[in-house]
Design a protein around this ligand. Sequence first.
Ligand SMILES: Nc1ncnc2c1ncn2[C@@H]1O[C@H](COP(=O)(O)OP(=O)(O)OP(=O)(O)O)[C@@H](O)[C@H]1O
Length: 295
Amino acid sequence: MKRLLMLMNPYAGTQQGKQYLADILALFFERGYEPLTFVSHKPGDSTRLAQTYGSQVDLVVCAGGDGTLNEVLTGLITAGCQTPVGYIPCGSTNDFASSLHLSRDILEAARDIMDGRVQLLDAGKFGDRYFSYIASFGAFTRVSYATPQHMKNLLGHFAYILEGIRDIGDLKPRHIRVASAETSLEGDYLFGAVCNSTSVGGLLKLDPNVVDLSDGQFEVILLKQPANLLELNDCLWKLNQQRYDTPMVEFFRTNRVMFHTPGAPDWTLDGEYAPGMEQVEIVNMHHAFRLIVND
Ligand SMILES: Nc1ncnc2c1ncn2[C@@H]1O[C@H](COP(=O)(O)OP(=O)(O)OP(=O)(O)O)[C@@H](O)[C@H]1O
């Protein structure tokens, strides 16, 4: 039999995942895998387990939200392990799963892993941490890690929207410098994101014809301070139409970018808190992990 490491975050999203655990394991067993199973007890468990057992199995499957996938990816990359990963999205937002068209139906996602194929995907290095699809700072960044888990458990993605509304009065631009081989920028920005995804926070959509998750390039978006709420609204509307032709938005693609951020604003990596630094380099790790997709 082939060996499989199953990692589940029981608290992700609305806590639905754990109800399906027995069925998921039975399915894997039927399909010739002997699953070694862990249910995480605290943040960091999935990283440690992926690090320890990742290279001893043929397949790692994780069930949880974007944060859980981030943990597994971090564990595998730091262990130098290339074992393929199957992802069963059962978080609140599942941004990355949307980009990859993974099923939101938990059992279907498990079946898709059994029938899928390996795709090499890029990852990001942020200082000494890693991310699968986004590093961002500024407006609404706090929302992704500050929304209480019990609210996410109860309300799913709607909890983020409620928490985001609380942040609106707090929007402050940051004076930053951004340098890459392609461009150099300096200005006051409300929000910045380095991403490898067609969905950001479940709200902002990037054009799937522009975004390629395996091309060694990130998409960088910087949002300037709007003069008023109307301007902000207009800009968000354009971004949702996947139009970047607004003077309020800087958009470019790169594989390596340096951010100089005085005051060290906090960042989020895949929705998880990352303490700010005055200066941080973000590097695309081309084809850093192997994910099972099902077209
Ligand atoms: N048993 C646990 N108790 C509390 N937190 C946990 C546990 N296991 C993992 N975690 C942490 O829970 C956090 C949130 O996990 P995750 O991102 O998977 O779910 P989510 O936030 O509901 O989903 P999403 O990020 O897609 O909105 C992560 O930081 C993870 O490390």
